[in-house]
Design a protein around this ligand. Sequence first.
Ligand SMILES: Nc1nc2c(ncn2[C@@H]2O[C@H](COP(=O)(O)OP(=O)(O)OP(=O)(O)O)[C@@H](O)[C@H]2O)c(=O)[nH]1
Ligand SMILES: [Mg+2]
Length: 437
Amino acid sequence: MAERPAQPETTVALLTPLGAGGVAVVRVWGAGAAEVVRQLFAPTHRANLPEADRLAIGCVIDPATGEAVDEGLLLTLPAGLGFELSLHGGVRIVQRVVSACQGLGARRLDAGDEAGRDELWRQAAALHKARGRRRPALAADVELAMVSARTGEAVAWLAAQEELLGDAIERLAAAEQGGPAGRLAAGGQLRLQLERLACEADGWMRALAGVRVAIVGPPNAGKSTLLNALAGASTAIVSESAGTTRDYVTRWANLAGLACELVDTAGLRDGAGNLEAAAVALADPVVRSADLRVVVLDGGEELASGDEQRLAGLGGPTVVAINKCDRPVRAATAESAARLAGGGEVVRLVARTGEGLESLRPAVRRAVGANDLADLRAGLFCRRQRERVAGLIAGLPGGLGEPGGQRSATPATREEGLRAWVQYLLGCDCLDSEHAG
Ligand SMILES: Nc1nc2c(ncn2[C@@H]2O[C@H](COP(=O)(O)OP(=O)(O)OP(=O)(O)O)[C@@H](O)[C@H]2O)c(=O)[nH]1
Ligand SMILES: [Mg+2]
């Protein structure tokens, strides 16, 4: 009989972000987890802790004082993988419960660092496997990435990947096993398709992580109006007098699925007074470190050459928005816009009414190199997947799958590599069964 692996150290981890929220989930696992939970949680309708995959409602108690801290739900995880306490959200309750676990001897796992994330990932994969999920490793990738998804599009794209990416990987592996005929039927070579996945990974990861976009331009061009229009809220003060914005204003907005931290800045102009210059200097590091600058110009105003130079001097990826297109646009302004874009996109807007925003949103996405999350197709989306695919590509004998290249590849190596790859990415045994006979 197979020996049961040694239980890990008693550990507590917060699975939800710490902050204001409706619910928070705390997981406890390891050798002493049941004892910790028994001291912390008093089920309302039963004497014992619930059996695997069952919930119990009850009172969460601070064992140090005997005080009731919260009412919550306790879920017993299958296969001895621990417990999950669903608490009311908020910083105070959650910190008290986590501290209580630590007081009972549990170590706290920090999901913010890499080692912590790896351990949580292994836990999640084990849990998905215990629950009979076909692709537990991929399901764990989705679960961990989901925590930082900021837009509905990001959530939907990630949720679809267990099937989309899983199917793509299995199709590739199956075609490879079918020899040259199979590869041909699958419409391409393994190396080519892996390289395509690897190439696009950055675009998916960028789209999921979100970006910071600085809105810059001369005073009174409509920068604050644009921030408000993109964010769908009146966050920044708008007025007809130039030099309104002083302290920069930040706001998160969903730009066609891409989470953007927008930064509205003070107008940039040559010969500004002390206060304006100070406002510009304050925002300067934020503007320079942003992933993208959206330069807003008033279409009806010519840009002084000094101002154009200052804007051009900011460098980096740029999209130019010619604003106030409800009025005639000056030819010289359109020329300045084209020069400032430097090959990037120029979009025409009426920020006051929102006209043209439907062109600006995808222009921002393209300029930062983020893929379109509305495009529901297979993509690699985390470091683990990307590193493994890069490793597999590097391990492929030169020219594998290309005409004549097959001779240089040892089939055993290729099969081994592929099997390990599929196992690692999906966490399933799909190739094992085919090789058993
Ligand atoms: N006609 C027209 N006016 C606009 C448009 N967008 C903004 N405005 C007006 O332009 C003026 C300046 O707008 P703001 O958004 O405050 O401009 P800003 O670039 O933030 O200005 P500073 O903060 O002073 O640098 C306001 O009176 C806006 O109502 C537009 O699309 N068309
Ligand atoms: Mg402003």
